[in-house]
Design a protein around this ligand. Structure first.
Ligand code: HEM
Length: 350
């Protein structure tokens, strides 16, 4: 190796180390004076009755499913990810309620989620956790921490203060009040919300967001009709649909136009941006919620195949750090035999 290469190689290694140190510093909360540490998020998420033993520290109540992702090949126009090449790849999925409370009511929890873990050619994985909201309530992880802390606060003015400091929250309030309710996980559209960078075979970068569009037609139900179904109907409803055949969603990538912001998931991109249909998610079977394949999956949004990467949106890195702490705590409790699978049989874990 020529001397110049050694110097350049040293600089590259130094730069990589700096990035790694910065990532660990973020995860440890050192850069932010501990303000944004994963532990702070988890403390702020803790529901009044405590976390369930062995449960996820958010989206605790959920249903595990398995199926496939069939790629059409069209998304190779924006990303060289091997799992966008035509083929059918195994998928583990998890539907959930957007609440840290394992006893949250299906009929009263506004946000529903779907996480997927697709294993592509050669074992490369893509993990993603998506929600049925079209945009995130606030613009930054710091604002989200403030919102969680205010939600758990006894101060009746706390949420108002966060709303005043983060006016973007108003749009979420509008969505929560007016978006139609459905009585099925199968009828929801799930959105990735964060922007990621797709790199095509020629090396060009494209900022993308993705959505999963259900094949099932959404049947709007009133909040009263939902309430009448009781707190735990979504799991059974999904099971009965799967008993009569597979469920499908189209995965669509939307590309940002020049000038669209890519760092703030509270801002939806204007309609009419170019889209590409990447393929179809097919769910074929429900799985045991405690001991099934979801148990060992952390749907960390930074686990991406080559051809997809994080961009300037700060949420994926923040989420990755918090999900890791959640995973470590719940699996430690599972190892001690206390897991509930989001079904509220043991409470008050840390
Ligand atoms: C700073 C922002 C966020 C924080 C602190 C946070 C926190 C968490 C935590 C602690 C978990 C449990 C992880 C586990 O144990 O596996 C979780 C799960 C989840 N989050 Fe987030 N989250 C954030 C942003 C988001 C966003 C932007 C989305 C949607 C685009 C999202 C969707 C989900 C979903 C669907 C799950 C459940 C995944 C599963 O089924 O395991 N989260 N979140």
């Amino acid at each position: 190796m020529a001397a110049g290469n050694v110097v350049r190689g040293g600089a590259v290694i130094g730069a990589v180390l700096a990035v790694l140190v910065a990532a660990f510093a973020w995860a440890g909360g050192w850069l932010s004076g501990d303000r944004l540490s994963p532990e702070r998020f988890i403390t702020a998420l803790k529901p009044p009755g405590g976390f369930g033993y062995g449960d996820r520290r958010n989206h605790a109540k959920g249903v595990c499913v398995t199926g496939t992702f069939t790629a059409d090949g069209a998304a190779t126009a924006v990303s060289h990810a091997s799992l966008f090449r035509p083929g059918t790849y195994p998928l583990i999925g998890r539907f959930s309620l957007g609440s840290a409370d394992p006893a949250a009511s299906d009929s009263a929890t506004r946000v529903r989620g779907f996480g997927f873990d697709i294993t592509g050619p050669g074992g490369e994985e893509w993990r993603s956790a998506n929600i049925d909201v079209p945009f995130f309530p606030v613009a930054t992880p710091d604002a989200f921490l403030q919102l969680l802390q205010a939600s758990g606060s006894k101060d009746p003015g706390a949420i108002g203060q966060v709303a005043a400091a983060h006016p973007e929250l108003k749009a979420f309030g509008g969505w929560a009040k007016s978006a139609p309710w459905t009585a099925s996980f199968a009828e929801e559209q799930y959105n990735g919300i964060d922007a990621f960078v797709a790199t095509d075979a020629a090396g060009s970068r494209h900022f993308v967001r993705w959505s999963l569009l259900p094949a099932a037609t959404a049947q709007q139900v009133t909040p009263d009709a939902l309430k009448a179904k009781g707190p735990d109907f979504l799991d059974r409803e999904l099971e009965s649909r799967l008993a009569s055949g597979p469920l499908h969603w189209r995965m669509v990538l939307t590309e940002a136009a020049p000038g669209d912001q890519t760092a703030d998931p509270s801002q939806a991109w204007p309609a009419g941006r170019p889209t590409v249909a990447a393929g179809t998610i097919t769910l074929t079977a429900g799985q045991d919620n405690v001991a099934g394949p979801c148990r060992d999956v952390n749907f960390d949004p930074t686990i991406l195949p080559s051809g997809l990467a994080t961009g300037d949106d700060p949420f994926p890195a923040a989420r990755s750090a918090v999900y890791a702490v959640s995973y470590n705590r719940r699996t430690a409790q599972e190892a001690s035999g206390q897991a509930t699978g989001g079904h509220d049989t043991g409470r008050n874990a840390q």
